[in-house]
Design a protein around this ligand. Sequence first.
Ligand code: FES
Ligand code: FES
Length: 160
Amino acid sequence: MGNVEQTYSVLVNETSCEVTCDPETPLLWVLRDSLGLIGTRFGCGAGTCGACTVHLDGIPVHSCDTPMWSVGTKRVTTIEGMSLGDEPHPVQKELIDCQAGQCGYCLSGIIMRAAPLVDAARAGGAMLDRESVCTALDGNLCRCGVHNRIIDAVVKASNP
Ligand code: FES
Ligand code: FES
């Protein structure tokens, strides 16, 4: 038997949203099914592929294993909230400029994982090295096998 449904007020991409669901419902399903934010992908559903990565208060998390009861007042950011007005985030821009993706299924998770690292590097005035990008993206799988192009694009994006 499921838990009693609860109503949650959540801040998603700077917009306040109200959703009613079982407290154990993964954030991923609320984003995709209740809020229509389908840029966040379902891959494994078990916290091992990175496809569903979003930010809670700026920190990357797997939305597939983040139950709604644990979100609280944290700010949720999805891939739909990553561009700066009309400007893509630097990671998005380099992935496009380098034509790094293939099918693109993994890319929203990769962008969400890489963006905080790239933002910190740009703010500090120092480019990321390949090794640190590889380590950061170790948990993000790409079934098309274009990791090398993706990693190169992320390194480039960190160039302040
Ligand atoms: S779908 Fe969440 S980590 Fe794979
Ligand atoms: S580009 Fe297809 S899964 Fe990564």
